[in-house]
Design a protein around this ligand. Sequence first.
Ligand SMILES: *Cc1c(COP(=O)(O)O)cnc(C)c1O
Length: 424
Amino acid sequence: MKNMYNQLGISEAVCNYSDRMLNNLEERFKVIDEVAEYNQLKVIAAMQKNKVAEMHLSGTTGYGYNDDGRETLEHIYADIFETEDALVRPQITCGTHALNVALAANLRPGDELLSPVGKPYDTMDEIIGIRPSKGSLAEYGITYSQVDLLEDGSFDYNGIKNAINERTKLVTIQRSKGYATRPTLSVERIGELITFIKSVKPDVICMVDNCYGEFVEKIEPSQVGADMVVGSLIKNPGGGLAPCGGYIAGRKDCIEQCAYRLTSPGLGKEVGATLGVNRDFYQGLFLAPTVVAGALKGAIFAANAYEKAGFRCIPNATEERFDIIQAVELGTKEGLIAFCKGIQQASPVDSFVTPEPWAMPGYDSDVIMAAGAFISGSSIELSADGPIREPYAVYFQGGLTWYHAKLGIMMSMQKMYEKGLLKI
Ligand SMILES: *Cc1c(COP(=O)(O)O)cnc(C)c1O
């Protein structure tokens, strides 16, 4: 085994250090495997219940009428998320698009949108109109209010109660911390928040941005009261195989609005050709629980290896996980660059490419990104990025298999070790 690692460029020192770290992780990996097993059975049960057949795996063209594969997959998503209905489409470009469809479809001029968990993910700024943007909800006369989490990360129940008014129509709750510093919310905590919000205003629609959270736990936010859960198929539920797409699962009336917004009033769910993607959507969903487990193991391995070497990790080495994102504060520009070079060099695709920091539009400092993915931009595949500024934190996620995630992290350590930035 060590020979293989040596051939790939990993030194004896990094191999031995990794082995030591892994010795302590057996118990935690067992818990992850158990969740994966549970979710694997959940997915298979939903596929069997809906009588998936070979004909469902091929797609339609043109209008996409009578696309049994598409409709059956939407029933499967609804069963997995325990919702009345779902919209699972390649026409949904990405997570941001899915969120925009869910919001724009269910809000009307004069309504107010509330985020009770602080500022949402960056790309939501322009959907909402926090940053003025063409076509934003603000342009349609939909207002926005926000209640931040308290200092200790708990919900500001008083603030939330005061923020809910007669115009509050929809509440958006982001499960993952994304690239913010607050903790990721467990499904249980999301449930507590929704229960409280519904006690103040029963008819408010509670939507959860579920990105990076699917299959990390045994239950999903729709099982604790969320009216809609929204996500991207080039993250967790696509299992690395879905080439594009997004999903919205939820209450029938909410999903109906989403369908009319996504296609057209009058057409709704009845149209939308799946071309050739159905097989990948099905097979990706089938693989998703074990893919997510591999990504989680990678994140925990990294947190342990880097924390022991003196770097601050968020979440830390021992914390329970509710999403697949790991941040490591590397402290120096050289460290951040070396880390990303390691991730890139360990990739199955574009391993020979050297990532460099660049001035990415929309960011106030240079950003470095590493990804060698089969699907462009897929972040369920091993990928890392970070802004070139204090505290030089790298954010990384994914790995289609645990062994690839492990190699990527070992290679990142190797690059830092060679630069004298990692003492092991
Ligand atoms: C990735 C992500 C999004 C946006 O998804 P894209 O597919 O990148 O458009 C939204 N919210 C959260 C929490 C995310 O992690």
